[in-house]
Design a protein around this ligand. Structure first.
Ligand SMILES: Cc1cc2nc3c(=O)[nH]c(=O)nc-3n(C[C@H](O)[C@H](O)[C@H](O)COP(=O)(O)OP(=O)(O)OC[C@H]3O[C@@H](n4cnc5c(N)ncnc54)[C@H](O)[C@@H]3O)c2cc1C
Length: 297
């Protein structure tokens, strides 16, 4: 596997923003992932993992060390067992591939997965989910186990953690660290719903009408505060259309910040801070970011 130098990360993020990675690789197998980690260790470089790059804000100064981008580390299989569809996916498998599996079997998880970009591993890290009252609607509901690769004391180990060993929170999971998620086991009862494809189509149509999916973004920037909606709070402060450089609070959905073409990470961050300050002033709510900041700030 080639370890490249000075790779611009913007093209690996859905915001299309970010400086260079000092070093960068795209593993396709578990051996490649290990090779990257070993290389970084031998060369005393820190490691940052990327999934689909759909929930990260990468600094304009880039990321020091080695970025291991997992999007080619993909593969998925399924079988029917004990009345369930059991699916195993490598971390870099696109959620859309997982969606296809559940859709083919006419099972309910297809519905929430249809709203989620990025990879399976990133879905576990973020406990990705949708606001609608679908069942299931978050990753933790379909995950059975997670395999984590660790490199400690000069050796690799792989730990398989059951769902109950992981702490699942709103748009975040922990308890599986340290390490990198390499494989995920998921399942859902084989109770067919023949309307699932129609439901996916209507949910997609609704999403298209409400979200600026034609512009680079990272989806919702802020977590919904307890009992409220971040988008409503931002909108009520008149912030739709607020812009610094090419980073703009979307006119279509107030919890999205879109890149109008040449936005810098600093512009996005300045918009985020302005939104936080304004919302706090008018409603006393302190909005927390959902997006993960990576690199040198
Ligand atoms: C248009 C749009 C709509 C969106 N809508 C939603 C939505 O409705 N609901 C929702 O929850 N999210 C939504 N998102 C956000 C995003 O898609 C999810 O959070 C997604 O699960 C992130 O997955 P990813 O593979 O892109 O992760 P990345 O953005 O690549 O990474 C996220 C974090 O996980 C870490 N990471 C990634 N993979 C691994 C791994 N294998 N092991 C260890 N660490 C890892 C990264 O270092 C980073 O810290 C949306 C994004 C966009 C662009």
């Amino acid at each position: 596997m080639e370890i490249k130098e000075k790779i611009p990360l913007a093209e690996y993020t859905s915001w299309m923003i970010g400086g260079e990675a000092d070093f960068f690789c795209l593993p396709e197998s578990i051996d490649d992932v290990k090779e990257g980690i070993l290389w970084a260790n031998q060369n005393q470089q820190p490691v940052t993992f990327f999934g689909g790059g759909t929930n990260v804000l990468v600094s304009d100064k880039g990321i020091r060390g080695l970025v291991i981008c997992l999007r080619r580390f993909s593969g998925i299989e399924s079988k029917e067992e004990n009345g369930n569809l059991q699916v195993t996916a490598l971390a870099g498998t696109a959620k859309s591939e997982l969606l296809k599996m559940f859709l083919k079997a006419k099972l309910a998880p297809a519905l929430f997965l249809a709203g989620l970009p990025g990879d399976v591993g990133g879905g576990v890290v973020m406990n990705a989910g949708v606001a609608e009252s679908f069942v299931p609607r978050e990753f933790f509901e379909i995950v059975d186990w997670v395999e984590v690769l660790r490199y400690q004391d000069d050796k690799f180990t792989t730990a398989r953690l059951n769902k109950s060993q992981i702490v699942w929170e709103y748009r975040h999971s922990h308890g599986w660290q340290p390490g990198v998620i390499v494989r995920v086991g998921m399942s859902w009862p084989l109770i067919q719903d023949h309307t699932v494809l129609d439901q996916v189509r209507s949910a997609n149509k609704l999403r298209l009408s409400k979200q600026p999916l034609d512009m680079p973004s990272c989806g919702s920037v802020f977590r919904n505060p307890a009992g409220g909606k971040a988008a409503q709070l931002i909108d009520s402060c008149g912030l739709k259309g607020f812009r610094i450089g090419d980073a703009e609070v979307s006119l279509k959905h107030a919890n999205f910040i879109v890149n109008r073409g040449a936005a810098k990470a600093m512009d996005v961050w300045a918009v985020i801070e302005h939104v936080q300050k304004t919302v706090k002033k008018y409603s006393a709510v302190e909005l927390q970011t959902e997006v993960v900041r990576l690199g040198e700030w």
